[in-house]
Design a protein around this ligand. Structure first.
Ligand SMILES: [Zn+2]
Length: 277
């Protein structure tokens, strides 16, 4: 492996949470999944003394409200609570263009947005003509991203790419046409922000895929990929699990920000999991 040139603090900022029927979140619905389960909404910040990178931008009041989502606070307010000013950010990685990951791009006038080419093709192409396939996308977010591209502020990636020293993105697909995950070097070794390659810890421990699917085979194979990127299991972090808020230490400046680059307070479900179903 090449020498680690820079390491980062990695933070998960929670901004929303809601309880819904488990049937909404698991493709296969055996009895234990009839109970409600909580989904948490996060965006992520990667930073060191040289730079701050934001990963995903959450939903906004309108796109969340359209879907009955509860916002605990504005994602921009969450960033402010740990001292991040959107206008100072020059790199935003968008894991995928779903409404709960791609809002607020106009608030980042100086940023370049890093996206997989396949994701852009997916959310602007013919399949968006089909209501079941577009329901997780917001046309205003997609339009805002096209606008950013017309200002030469979209960096298109095809597959795996080093974005900045110690930060790379990796194409997974599955949940959306070009879903990518982010690998970051920290003082405790590499960390993987899995985003929606794994919504919950038990998506994997129960081998039960999330219900929004572009390609089921890619989605399931992606569960191996997130562990193949070289991070210890405790530093592979799912995209929507409220357990993240219990497992990782709180940031001193903000109760709803969790420090993923520090060791978790206790064993995570994936550390305990031996791969059996
Ligand atoms: Zn999501």
């Amino acid at each position: 492996m090449s020498e680690v040139s820079e390491t980062y603090e990695v933070l998960a900022l929670e901004y929303g949470r809601m309880d819904r029927s488990s049937r909404d979140f698991y493709l296969f619905s055996p009895d234990p999944h009839e109970a409600p389960r909580t989904i948490a909404y996060y965006l992520w910040v990667i930073r060191n003394k040289n730079r701050t990178v934001v990963v995903d931008l959450g939903f906004d009041k309108r796109s969340g409200g359209d879907r009955g989502r509860v916002m605990l606070r504005e994602p921009m307010e969450a960033l402010g609570s740990i001292g991040v000013k959107p206008e100072d950010v020059d790199t935003v990685i968008i894991t995928h263009m779903h409404y709960d990951h791609a809002g607020h791009t106009p608030q980042f006038p100086n940023a370049t947005f890093v996206l997989q080419e396949k994701e852009v093709e997916w959310c602007t192409g013919k399949y968006m003509g089909y209501p079941p396939l577009r329901k997780s996308f917001d046309v205003e977010h997609v339009t805002d991203m096209i606008r950013a591209n017309f200002q030469s502020r979209v960096k298109f990636v095809d597959g795996n790419k080093d974005i900045l020293p110690g930060i790379s993105v990796h194409l997974i697909g599955g949940h959306s046409g070009g879903l990518q995950v982010v690998r970051v070097e920290t003082e405790n070794g590499p960390l993987v922000i899995a985003s929606d390659a794994a919504h919950f810890y038990d998506t994997l421990t129960e081998q039960n895929p999330f219900t929004v699917i572009q390609n089921l085979a890619e989605m399931v194979a992606g569960w191996d990929r997130i562990f193949e990127l070289g991070a210890e299991t405790k530093y592979v972090v799912p995209g929507h699990d409220p357990l993240v808020s219990e497992l990782y230490p709180k940031h001193p400046d903000d109760d709803m920000t969790f420090v993923l680059s520090q060791p978790p307070n206790k064993e995570t479900p994936w550390e305990v999991w031996k791969g059996e179903v």
